[in-house]
Every structure is written in C-alpha cells, then in structure tokens.
Design a protein around this ligand. Sequence first.
Ligand code: UDP
Length: 444
Amino acid sequence: MGNPHVLVIPYPAQGHVLPLMELSQCLAKHGIKITFVNTEFVHKLVVNALGTEHDVANSIRLVSIPDVNDQIEEIFLSMPVKVKELIEQINASDGDNVTCVLADNFLGWAMEIAVDKEIKRAAFSVIAATASVSVSSIPKLMEDGIIGYDGNPTKKQMVQLSPFMPPMKTSHFVWVDHGVWKDQNLFFDYSLRNNRSIELADWVLCNSTYDLEPEPYNLNPKILPIGPLVASNRSGNSVGNFLPEDLSCLKWLDQQPTQSVIYVAFGSHTTFDQTQFEEFALGLELSNRPFLWVVRPDIANKLNDTNLEGFQDRVGSRGLIISWAPQQKVLEHPSIAYFFSHCGWNSTMEALSNGVPLLCWPFSTDQFLNEHYICNVWKVGLGFNRDDGGIITREEIKNKSDELLSGENYKANTLNLKEKLLNSIKQGGSSYTNFMTFVAWVKA
Ligand code: UDP
C-alpha cells in the first residue's frame, strides 16, 4: 500500500462542497494527500471566490471534471465516467495512487467505482443522521405501508422511525419534499439505487454528534458522527464558497452592541415569492433591531420592487445587506443575537456550535425535520405560523423575534448544546475519536 491518497467527491452544490472541504482540510492536517474533485463550473466558482490569499492549494489539490448542462445527466451519467477516468489518469501519472474514495452520500456510484478499483471507500452525509436514516429506512417504510412504491406517503401522518425518535411528518420526508430535482419519481428511484450503492461503503460519516441525535445510530450503526465540522476547530477559515465572502460586515458587526444583531441568511439556493419576500423585509423592519441580511445576487432584484421603496432608507445604518457572508465568522461574533435561518443542516450546526438561537423558516428537504429538532427537541428556537393565505406576516415575524429574545431558555439551551458539541470534537470526545479512528483506517 502506497501513501494514503483520498479522492474527495462532493455533490455539486454549495451545502455539500463546504463541509466536504472542511473534512478534507482536517484529513490533510494528518498528512493525508487529498485530491478534491469538482465539476468544472463549481471548480471555477470555488477558485474565483478563494482569491489569491489562501493556502488551500498547499494542502489540497483542487481538480475538475467537465460539466454537462443537464444536472440529472451530470450526476447519473457524466460524473461517474469522468471520475473513473480521473482515477485512472492519477494512477498512471502520479507517484501516489488513489487509495480511498470519500464521496458525498448522495453519489453512491462512487462506492461502486471504488469496489471496481479495489480501493477503500467512505461516504459522507451532509444532512442530519436522522434524515439519512429516514432515507435508508425506505424499504421498511414501504413494507409497513407508510409510503407506496413511488415513495409517496399513503396518508399524511406522523411516524416514528423508532420508539425513541421524534415523530416526523410523512409529507416532510426528504424525497417527498426535496425541492431540488423537478422530477420527484426520478429522485426517489435514484435514492433507492443510491441506498444500495452506499451499502458498499466501509464508512458513512456525518456532520453531527451523538448528543444532538442519540438514536439514529442504533438504526443504522454504520453511520458515524464526526461533527461539528467548523473551521474554528482548526483555527482556520471556511473554504469552498461559490461566492466571495463580504468580510466588511465583520467590521460593521464590531460596531454593534453585544447580542443585538439579527443575522438573516437562507442558505445557497432558497428563493422567496415576491409577496412573501416583501412581507419578510417589512417584518425585519418592524422588529426594530440591527440586522445583517444576506440577499444573494439571484434574489437581489426582489429588493427593488415598488412595495419596498424606501425600505433601505428607512432602516438606514441599522441594517446591512450583503451578497454572501463569512457565515461561520458572523455566527462567532459576540454582537449576534439570533439567526434567522432556512434550517439547512450546515447552518444549523454552525449556529449550535456558536450558541446562537434560531428563528426557523424552512423551505424544503431536510429543513422541516431540522426545524422540528430546533423547536421541539433541543428547544433552541422558534418557528412561524402562517396566515390563512399561507403568508408569514410581518407581525408574526416581529412577535417571534421578541419572543425568542425575551425567553431566556432559548439562549441557555443553545449554550448548553454548544458546550456539548465543542466537547465532542475535543481530544477524547466522541466525534474526535470517530474521526481519529477514520484517519487511522485511511492510513492503514
Ligand atoms: N453560507 C455562507 N455565507 C452565506 C450563506 C451561507 O458561508 O452568506 C454557508 C453556510 O455557512 C453553510 C452553507 O453556506 O455552510 C449552506 O449550507 P446549508 O446546509 O445551511 O444550506 P443549503 O445552502 O445547502 O440549503
């Protein structure tokens, strides 16, 4: 066996590239050679956002494979062929053959390639262990008549995957409300096939801890938590952004009183309809607190609507709007009071690792499950009620904002979880131990 050399393959989306890049940097720190492969489009975004002042290239080799316009074709057909070719090319030209494939849990075909090449294989899940387990439980859910053969719930109900796990709404299973691919059947069929391929993995790692979700690991013992994967644990910066981070917001945060600022960010791809967007902006204004709001370039034009005329003048220097935040650094900042979030799993882990309570505005996929944990299991945040027209009103936004800040338990519960999460990644902690066992296996 040669030097350990891991080929890391993320699903081509922001919320997948960032945590896998973090994991890659942790592995590189242990002397493991990393080749990180993105599709060409994503590779260019990442390299562009990195700019020149970074040292990632010293520890990780960033490479790309050609793009295909159609996303489904890319993930099903093109990526597997190109990844296989890349391994052959590296093995033919490089002194260090690829010894292990570490791929996104949603790219099960990478495990098949690793079997074919007779190398080690590990999968990494970017969603909560509970959400992963719900996907690996699909055959059982079918057997129990909870979902049909097309993946759709046979009726709307709450189900528990085990007696100790919190109830989930069947309409919120990730394959039912996935919001990513237009064709739900295709997504479900792919998930079924993916489940089988992932069984070939030697390891399935996830960005979570036993403290957050004690039970799912009993249902699928192969899943091992190594989280929270946060850059502060390496005393480093988060790498793998698709957009350049606007670091000037940190200076603005320095000028705000402790625990006064609402941080608003809805991840990398959520979009609002115009009516709700306007109502949201007016709710933020009504909340009457300083806010830092990430309005990505793909939704920025909604701010120019006539109904929002004067919004920026009225909020003045109380509000700062930027295109992309250095989110982990923002959440570490003492001026942050709470996080208005879509409850993506990375965002959730980053908030909890910094003891920041959440206001939950989930859109799709696992975000509803995460909201359920945040509000009802960990009790570190609040969700919203919609009016008869399905809108979250500005008054509801203001009221929940006040409630979150006046209820002392939310902050106390979040700080309590923060301590547990940080202990798990310290030497001797459970995530640390799982990670080090994984490192030893990669090196063996
Ligand atoms: N993020 C960021 N700056 C922003 C908004 C988001 O760095 O302005 C990062 C955030 O820290 C997180 C990721 O983008 O790591 C989003 O992942 P998440 O799972 O929360 O949501 P997704 O985009 O996958 O829906």
